[in-house]
Design a protein around this ligand. Structure first.
Ligand SMILES: CC(C)(COP(=O)(O)OP(=O)(O)OC[C@H]1O[C@@H](n2cnc3c(N)ncnc32)[C@H](O)[C@@H]1OP(=O)(O)O)[C@@H](O)C(=O)NCCC(=O)NCCS
Length: 108
């Protein structure tokens, strides 16, 4: 596992196999007034041919270990409703589905 240096309070870890990047995770500290300090997973992808070999779980572990060093009390992730396999993956790794939301955006 290798760490790439991004913006402050953010981290990117990449998973490698034989020197080739097979997956990555982007995690950041989420400063929210209403809730205890937590880290948000902003992106997690493992290449098609490298899935089901534990790389995703190891990337999650790396992100969680980093979040602990930032004094985060928990992790959170938003995942599109169509990503059923990812949901099972998160639940298997100790994440609880606690809320379903609608997402809004506006171009500036
Ligand atoms: C979700 C995702 C990151 C999981 O990555 P992964 O590397 O396949 O995850 P893991 O290997 O740790 O665990 C997933 C599967 O491998 C199995 N597994 C874990 N370790 C294993 C091992 N050592 N040997 C064999 N199988 C293993 C798990 O039981 C699980 O089973 P499944 O294939 O039936 O789902 C990956 O599927 C992905 O990139 N999906 C597309 C993008 C996406 O949805 N990202 C999340 C957005 S929120």
């Amino acid at each position: 596992m290798r760490r790439v240096k991004p913006a402050a309070n953010n981290a990117i870890f990449v998973a490698e196999d034989g020197g080739e990047v097979i997956g990555w995770i982007h995690v950041g500290v989420a400063f929210l007034l209403e809730v205890p300090l937590r880290a948000e997973i902003n992106g997690l992808v493992v290449g098609d041919v490298s899935r089901s070999r534990g790389a995703g779980a190891r990337l999650l572990e790396a992100a969680e270990a980093w979040a602990r060093t930032k004094k985060c009390e928990g992790m959170s992730v938003r995942s599109n409703v169509i990503r059923g396999r990812a949901h099972t993956f998160y639940e298997r790794n100790g994440y609880e589905h606690y809320k379903t939301q609608k997402a809004f955006r506006k171009p500036l």
